[in-house]
Design a protein around this ligand. Structure first.
Ligand code: FES
Length: 282
């Protein structure tokens, strides 16, 4: 493995190149490239924040109704990982970025308006919280003493096992190194904390070669998602629960509450009715 593969700076020209190539090719439903299968669920009707198309880690088993929404990853000049937040115009209902990273995908803050998250301070388009991913102190031993610290790309190589070799005592694939964290939640109560997971994996690098959305929404092999199960809102985990093997999920994201399973390397397009955010109190 080339030693400089895990180092900075990131390939900052890559995104510009992609934007130039595919920027005009809007992904109108079924035109997504091969790695991101289009799988738009039927949306329930009714009032609410509105029908929202989003990209998700696929729900493959259990009672969850759909996948968990991806958070596009960015890396700052110093190597810290952030979740991109869409662009916000004063007075707009949601923050929205059209044609995110030249992928043709419209990325909206409404992606995260479910499971009560629509009431969290950090999901308001103009919230004060920054976009850095920060470690949780639970989830994985390799970052247990880093709770609250910003997540750095080099940590996946330098803390604990290197990311290409990380594995657990169960499961079969050494297919990526996960981290558990939070997003847009600093200075908020635990009840307003947005849990996230990140995996750094060769699988993600491979997928990014084939698909403009995955290329735009991942960095250096890192993929991230809002880690709230779409069933009853528990916090699942990737390869952090030995009991997952009984449900065929030893190498997947597994929700211990009611055994929902998600595949972090299968990104699908879905739709749901996002719930409206309550009015802010002044
Ligand atoms: S399976 Fe029920 S909350 Fe996750």
């Amino acid at each position: 493995m080339p030693l400089d593969e895990d180092k900075y700076p990131v390939e900052s020209d890559r995104r510009r190149f992609v934007k130039g190539v595919v920027g005009g090719a809007a992904l109108a439903g079924v035109t997504t490239a091969s790695a991101a299968a289009v799988d738009t669920a039927t949306s329930p009707s009714g009032a609410g924040g509105g029908t929202t198309e989003f990209y998700a880690v696929e729900n493959t088993d259990g009672p969850a109704p759909r996948g968990m929404p991806q958070i596009p990853v960015e890396i700052d000049d110093e190597g810290y990982l952030m979740g991109a937040w869409p662009e916000y115009e004063e007075g707009a209902e949601n923050a929205v970025t059209e044609d995110y990273g030249g992928s043709g995908v419209t990325y909206s803050s409404a992606w995260f308006q479910y499971c009560g998250v629509q009431t969290y301070s950090g999901v308001y388009p103009d919230a004060d919280q920054d976009n850095y991913f920060r470690y949780s102190s639970s989830g994985y031993d390799w970052h247990a003493d880093k709770g609250g610290d910003k997540i750095h790309i080099d940590d996946f190589q330098e803390l604990g096992e290197p990311w290409r070799e990380w594995n657990t005592a169960f499961g079969t694939r050494a297919n990526g190194k996960p981290a558990a964290g939070t997003w847009r939640s600093q200075d908020l109560s635990p009840q307003e904390t947005m849990p996230i997971q990140i995996i750094r994996s060769q699988n993600v690098l491979d997928l990014a070669e084939e698909d403009p959305w995955i290329e735009a929404s991942t960095e250096e092999g890192c993929i991230a998602w809002l880690n709230k199960c779409t069933h009853f809102c528990c916090v699942p985990g990737f390869k952090n629960n030995e009991g997952s093997a009984k449900f065929g999920a030893a190498d997947q994201i597994y929700c211990q509450c009611h055994q929902s399973v998600y595949d972090p390397f299968s990104i699908v397009k879905k739709a749901f009715v996002a719930l409206p955010r309550p009015e802010k109190e002044d």
